[in-house]
Design a protein around this ligand. Sequence first.
Ligand code: P1T
Length: 390
Amino acid sequence: MTQEHTNKAGFETRAIHAGYEPDPMTGAVIPPIYATSTYKQDGVGGLRGGYEYSRSANPTRTALEGALAALEEGERGFAFASGLAAEDTLLRSLTKPGDHLVIPDDAYGGTFRLIDKVGVPWGLEHSPAAVSDVDAVRAAIQPGRTKLVWVETPTNPLLNIGDIETLASLAHDAGALLVVDNTFASPYLQTPLALGADVVVHSTTKYVGGHSDVVGGALVVRDLEVAERIGFHQNAMGAVAGPFDCFLTHRGLKTLGVRMDRHCDNAEQVVEFLTRHPQVSEVIYPGLDEHPGHAVASRQMKRYGGIVSFRVTGGEEHALDVCARAEVFTLGESLGGVESLIEHPGRMTHASVAGTDLEVPADLIRLSVGIETADDLLADLEHALEAGSR
Ligand code: P1T
């Protein structure tokens, strides 16, 4: 399939074919792992296909970047060594000391740490606002000074929903760009650029890679001038994804659609189970009618995702106990892999926001619902919850 043809195709076709055509010499259907740092030049400056040095470009990375751009409906994709490396590059590409950012008041702890502990000493200022509260975001924007309105939707770990279309016009009216961290939804469930966002951020470590075997990050943009600035910084800062990591991430990406549907199917069953459980005080999932972001999520997402957060009746000890007793749900950080994970955000992924506006409830548990047999997941939760009859 030519790339022009591929880019107009359906999601799964793009996931499998975009970014790469079978190698003209060998017919290899999968991009080889180009384990090379440099490329022979045909005379000084005579680059073959534009390849000069693998920090600047590497064919295995080019294939992944093309696929990511096609799935996010963007013009250019960029692959990085981690989600945070992508975020750092984005910040330095689009802001300078003295600039202001609006950030979620509920975000991945590492994102907050990067902006607050690295960005602020560098000269950035930020104001946290609830992504679900358009008025709060509007009030936090300082027209002229605010360069980025940064949202996650759904947020990590409280699964709040921001209205991408509305937030994009708010940001644009104030001369700012809208950045959407699309890690939780993945491009299968939500395409922020098509709704007006300017930059999509991914921790590809999660659903995009999907197998918990590689750490990576990505940026996808629709404007070529923004792409140029990010491309310059990707090369100048050098936090690129290596060829083997790109290979693994790209391999995972091909099955994103089928995996996401199974993640969503299983998450829906888990939600139904938890909402009926007497030791669960609250289930947080955008697919629930009573979730405050349900209407917006229904508009902008295909389904509601594989992450379920819930609170237990017995406080922090109870939550820690449930985490320790689960067996099929592996106790660990991260999310989005085929295997189910359970974690205590307050002590684990969000420990770095303790004592800030972004602190999360101590009785909160986050599940990354995997694609195992649903009955085994429900039995495991039943077992994990039963001991703490308090
Ligand atoms: O871990 P890294 O690939 O650097 O990505 C950071 C990141 C960015 N954005 C979101 C929404 C994330 O969830 C993450 C990483 N999150 C976890 C490791 C976690 O367990 O929540």
